[in-house]
Design a binder for this molecule. Structure first.
Ligand code: CO
Length: 136
Protein backbone atom coordinates (compact mmCIF):
# COMPACT_ATOMS: atom_id res chain seq x y z
CA UNK A 1 0.00 0.00 0.00
CA UNK A 2 1.58 3.26 -1.11
CA UNK A 3 1.65 6.64 0.53
CA UNK A 4 -0.88 8.86 -1.27
CA UNK A 5 0.39 12.38 -0.72
CA UNK A 6 1.80 14.67 1.90
CA UNK A 7 -1.14 15.49 4.15
CA UNK A 8 0.49 18.13 6.29
CA UNK A 9 3.67 19.56 7.73
CA UNK A 10 3.74 19.98 11.50
CA UNK A 11 5.31 23.21 12.71
CA UNK A 12 5.97 23.76 16.42
CA UNK A 13 5.26 27.29 17.67
CA UNK A 14 5.61 28.75 21.17
CA UNK A 15 2.37 30.72 20.67
CA UNK A 16 -0.48 30.21 18.20
CA UNK A 17 -1.69 33.75 18.87
CA UNK A 18 1.64 35.10 17.68
CA UNK A 19 2.10 32.68 14.76
CA UNK A 20 -1.39 32.69 13.20
CA UNK A 21 -1.32 36.28 11.86
CA UNK A 22 1.83 35.51 9.83
CA UNK A 23 0.30 32.50 8.05
CA UNK A 24 -3.21 33.95 7.74
CA UNK A 25 -2.61 37.64 7.11
CA UNK A 26 0.95 37.93 5.76
CA UNK A 27 1.14 34.75 3.67
CA UNK A 28 -2.62 34.77 3.10
CA UNK A 29 -3.20 31.05 3.59
CA UNK A 30 -6.71 29.74 4.18
CA UNK A 31 -7.21 29.31 7.94
CA UNK A 32 -9.21 26.34 9.21
CA UNK A 33 -9.35 27.19 12.89
CA UNK A 34 -8.00 25.70 16.09
CA UNK A 35 -8.43 22.41 17.85
CA UNK A 36 -7.06 21.01 21.11
CA UNK A 37 -5.62 17.48 20.90
CA UNK A 38 -5.59 16.42 24.56
CA UNK A 39 -3.80 13.15 23.78
CA UNK A 40 -0.74 15.05 22.54
CA UNK A 41 -1.07 18.02 24.94
CA UNK A 42 -1.19 20.48 22.05
CA UNK A 43 -3.49 23.02 20.48
CA UNK A 44 -3.37 22.98 16.69
CA UNK A 45 -4.20 25.50 13.99
CA UNK A 46 -4.58 24.33 10.39
CA UNK A 47 -3.88 26.22 7.18
CA UNK A 48 -4.47 25.08 3.62
CA UNK A 49 -1.98 25.41 0.76
CA UNK A 50 -3.02 23.43 -2.32
CA UNK A 51 -3.52 19.79 -1.32
CA UNK A 52 -1.26 20.20 1.69
CA UNK A 53 -1.98 21.62 5.11
CA UNK A 54 0.23 23.24 7.69
CA UNK A 55 -0.42 22.13 11.25
CA UNK A 56 0.83 24.67 13.78
CA UNK A 57 1.35 23.04 17.17
CA UNK A 58 1.36 24.96 20.45
CA UNK A 59 2.07 23.04 23.69
CA UNK A 60 -0.69 23.07 26.32
CA UNK A 61 1.55 21.59 29.03
CA UNK A 62 5.27 21.58 29.88
CA UNK A 63 5.07 17.78 29.47
CA UNK A 64 3.97 18.12 25.85
CA UNK A 65 6.42 16.67 23.29
CA UNK A 66 6.09 20.02 21.52
CA UNK A 67 7.18 21.88 24.67
CA UNK A 68 10.28 19.66 24.80
CA UNK A 69 10.97 20.25 21.10
CA UNK A 70 10.78 24.04 21.56
CA UNK A 71 13.00 23.86 24.65
CA UNK A 72 15.65 21.88 22.73
CA UNK A 73 15.39 24.43 19.92
CA UNK A 74 16.38 27.33 22.17
CA UNK A 75 12.81 28.42 22.88
CA UNK A 76 11.96 28.78 19.20
CA UNK A 77 9.56 26.92 16.97
CA UNK A 78 10.46 25.05 13.80
CA UNK A 79 9.46 22.26 11.44
CA UNK A 80 8.48 19.32 13.65
CA UNK A 81 7.12 16.52 11.44
CA UNK A 82 5.94 15.46 8.01
CA UNK A 83 2.65 13.58 7.68
CA UNK A 84 1.71 11.22 4.85
CA UNK A 85 -1.82 10.36 3.88
CA UNK A 86 -2.55 6.59 3.79
CA UNK A 87 -5.76 4.60 3.31
CA UNK A 88 -5.16 2.53 6.44
CA UNK A 89 -2.78 3.45 9.24
CA UNK A 90 -2.98 -0.02 10.87
CA UNK A 91 -2.09 -1.75 7.58
CA UNK A 92 0.76 0.63 6.80
CA UNK A 93 2.12 0.28 10.36
CA UNK A 94 2.11 -3.51 10.01
CA UNK A 95 3.82 -3.31 6.62
CA UNK A 96 6.54 -0.92 7.83
CA UNK A 97 7.11 -2.84 11.06
CA UNK A 98 7.62 -5.99 8.98
CA UNK A 99 10.28 -4.05 7.02
CA UNK A 100 12.10 -3.31 10.28
CA UNK A 101 10.96 0.29 10.74
CA UNK A 102 10.79 1.35 14.40
CA UNK A 103 7.53 3.02 15.39
CA UNK A 104 6.53 5.29 18.26
CA UNK A 105 2.87 4.25 18.08
CA UNK A 106 2.33 0.51 17.72
CA UNK A 107 -1.38 1.24 17.89
CA UNK A 108 -2.85 4.22 15.97
CA UNK A 109 -4.29 7.06 18.05
CA UNK A 110 -6.65 9.96 17.46
CA UNK A 111 -5.17 13.10 15.91
CA UNK A 112 -6.59 16.46 14.90
CA UNK A 113 -9.55 16.58 12.49
CA UNK A 114 -10.76 13.16 13.73
CA UNK A 115 -7.95 11.47 11.81
CA UNK A 116 -6.27 8.26 12.88
CA UNK A 117 -2.53 8.83 13.22
CA UNK A 118 0.69 7.05 14.17
CA UNK A 119 4.27 8.26 14.39
CA UNK A 120 7.31 6.39 13.10
CA UNK A 121 10.49 6.56 15.17
CA UNK A 122 13.06 9.13 13.97
CA UNK A 123 15.84 6.55 14.36
CA UNK A 124 14.35 4.71 11.35
CA UNK A 125 13.59 7.81 9.27
CA UNK A 126 16.87 9.72 9.14
CA UNK A 127 15.79 11.80 12.16
CA UNK A 128 12.72 13.16 10.37
CA UNK A 129 9.72 12.67 12.64
CA UNK A 130 7.20 11.00 10.36
CA UNK A 131 3.45 10.64 10.84
CA UNK A 132 1.00 8.43 9.02
CA UNK A 133 -2.53 9.73 8.91
CA UNK A 134 -5.81 8.30 7.73
CA UNK A 135 -8.77 10.53 6.91
CA UNK A 136 -11.77 10.26 9.22
CO1 CO B 1 0.58 16.06 12.43
Amino acid sequence: MSLKKIDHLGIAVPSLAEAIPFYRDVLGLKYHGQEEVADQKVRTAFFEIGEVHLELLEPTSPESPIAKFIEKNGGRGGIHHIAYDVDSVPEKLAELTAKGVAVIDKVPRPGANKKLIAFLHPKSTGSVLTELCQPA
